[in-house]
Design a protein around this ligand. Structure first.
Ligand code: AMP
Length: 356
């Protein structure tokens, strides 16, 4: 067990790191944040920081020597970064979860290998392969880069009249994946924590609404049938078990009109759709991560309130005054010095009486 007073190393210095640091501090841990930005959301809330590139071996080794356990808030770090660190200190979740979550093809292949349903997909390595893939899985789909895409970046919608050569160029990478278009009823996610002894705790499935490919609103709990919620939770638990994950896993899923649950994406870290847990649950996702990676007992994921979380994106940050004027709304700002369109600047959580 890594006891309070120890130092948790966090790779990545954004808002997720900031909220991990704040939760860890409440339990008496120190956090050392590693990332490329000097005045970042996470570094503003801890004096222990390394500002270096994710591939800087010497800086990584010094960082690992200074901490007791390493976790991350950002999974797109070079593959060997986690391995360099793991040779010195425990990295939780481990390099395997990282490798799978960074690569949409490995992710989908892994999910299929453990009998988890996904959209149909094909690997695509050229414009010609895209033509063949579209013939195989139908003309309505989404072409995505295999690596490095998030918040809809590197994605091109494909329809019957799309010029596939243009779509291939637009995607702008050497390797892609064509997924069949899922005509979903809603998008949900489940966040599950798994401890060092295989113990687990899952948050209730939540409903996610996107605007311009970026999460806009999370409604907790999701408005889905109890049987669908149970299936979603069972899937998330199954994936975490099979990854032998220690930490948090967010599983994004589509619910279809026939009640089918298809997994879209995995994130082995705290997730934007779990921010509501800070204000509405006994244990937040951030505290749960700290408990899991330190080998402490997991806390209760039970919610005492229902909640609606809305991101403050770009100019939405101006709404902070309105948020403060609402008695049942909690405001969270990330301390980002520069506002940019599409940049997550903060979020608000509106608490509602629990309905069930
Ligand atoms: P992703 O980056 O994979 O999370 O995709 C971003 C968003 O694009 C998702 O949250 C969905 O709204 C949409 N999307 C992604 N893949 C598909 C798909 N195969 N079918 C329908 N919509 C999709």
């Amino acid at each position: 067990m890594i006891e309070p007073g120890a130092t948790i190393g966090i790779l990545g210095d954004g808002q997720l790191g900031r909220m991990i640091v704040l939760a860890a501090a409440r339990l008496g841990y120190r956090c050392h944040v590693y990332g490329p930005e000097p005045d970042s959301p996470a570094k503003q809330v801890t004096p222990y920081a390394t500002t270096a590139a994710y591939g800087d071996r010497a800086a990584l080794a010094r960082f690992a020597a200074a901490v007791d356990v390493v976790t991350f808030e950002f999974e797109n770090v070079p593959a060997d970064t986690a391995e360099i660190l793991a040779a010195i200190k425990p990295v939780r979740p481990g390099a395997n979860a990282l490798r799978i979550a960074q690569d949409r093809l490995k992710e989908k292949n892994f999910l299929r290998s453990i009998d988890v349903a996904t959209a149909q997909y094909r690997e695509v390595a050229s414009a010609e392969a895209l033509v063949r893939a579209a013939r195989d899985i139908g003309p309505h789909g989404v072409l995505k880069t295999v690596r490095g895409g998030y918040d809809g970046k590197g994605q091109v919608a494909i329809r019957a009249d799309t010029d596939l050569a243009t779509a291939w160029r637009e995607m702008g990478a050497e390797l892609g994946i064509l997924e069949s278009y899922v005509d979903f009823l809603c998008e949900i996610s489940v966040i599950v924590a798994r401890g060092t002894g295989g113990d687990w705790a899952a948050y209730v499935p939540v409903e996610n609404h996107h605007a311009h490919h970026i999460l806009d609103t999370t409604i907790a709990p999701a408005r889905i049938a109890p049987a669908v919620a149970m299936r979603a939770e069972a899937i998330a638990r199954h994936v975490a078990d099979r990854l032998e994950l220690v930490g948090l896993l967010a599983v994004e899923m589509f619910v279809t009109s026939t009640g089918e649950v298809l997994v879209n994406e995995l994130a082995p870290r705290p997730h934007n759709s779990g921010h509501w847990t800070i204000d509405a649950c006994v244990t937040s996702q951030f505290e749960q991560l700290v408990r899991a990676v330190c080998g402490l007992p997991l806390g209760s994921p039970e919610r005492h309130s229902d909640a609606v979380m809305t991101n403050l994106i770009g100019g939405d940050i101006e709404r902070w005054r309105e948020a403060l004027a609402e008695p049942a709304t909690k405001l969270h700002l990330y301390g980002k010095a520069k506002m940019a369109p599409g940049r997550k600047m903060g979020h608000v959580t509106r608490l509602l009486p629990r309905r069930d």
